[in-house]
Structures are given as C-alpha cells and as structure tokens.
Design a protein around this ligand. Structure first.
Ligand code: SF4
Length: 104
C-alpha cells in the first residue's frame, strides 16, 4: 500500500550531484505537503541513478552538468530544467500529475 501524498525517493547525494539534493528534497517536502494523492517523485543528483529511479516514479528530476537538469514524467525524459527553475517546475508537474490521477 502506498502512503497518501507525495513519496520522495532521493539519492544520498555526493560530489557528483548536479544540484543540492538534500536541501532540494527538504524544500519540496514542504511545498508538496498539501498533496494527498499517492504519487512518487524521484530527486536524484546525477545520471548514475537518476534515469533508473525516474523510470519507476511518476515525476523525476535528475541532476545534469552546469545546472542543466532533466525532468521525467512517468519515466519518459521530458525537458531540461535549470537549477533555479527546478523547484517551481517540479511542484507544478507534481500538482498536474496529482490532478490527473485524481480525475482518473
Ligand atoms: S545518484 Fe549521483 S549524486 Fe546521487 S549519490 Fe549517486 S553518484 Fe552521487
């Protein structure tokens, strides 16, 4: 059984991370706390584990070179997202996905 709300899967982060994984997860947890739909979100610092985790989550973000990160929706690579835009983009995509799931 999945829990209610957003379940975030993240990597422990290391020197390879393309953005600050742990801080980002903390902010996303706060900004997505209003979502009650069961949904998974992967927040992974680089391509070592990012695409694999994204394949198993509803929304995924994977760190890239020079702040150019990759957004995945339902495991499918979608678009590059700059680190400065990442939080708002991910929040927006999780809200959209939750609303889609609610209406199915
Ligand atoms: S996914 Fe990348 S950034 Fe995250 S712990 Fe693994 S190697 Fe480091």
């Amino acid at each position: 059984m999945r829990n209610r709300g957003v379940r975030i899967i993240s990597c422990p982060s290391c020197a390879r991370q393309g953005f600050k994984v742990i801080e980002t997860v903390k902010i996303l947890e706060q900004k997505l706390s209003h979502i009650k739909t069961p949904i998974t979100l992967s927040v992974i610092g680089c391509v070592v584990n990012g695409p694999g985790e994204a394949a198993m989550t509803d929304v995924g973000i994977t760190g890239g070179q020079k702040g150019s990160n990759m957004l995945y929706l339902s495991g499918v690579q979608k678009e590059k997202v700059l680190t400065n835009d990442m939080i708002s983009k991910v929040v927006n995509e999780v809200e959209k996905k939750a609303s889609e799931l609610d209406n199915n």
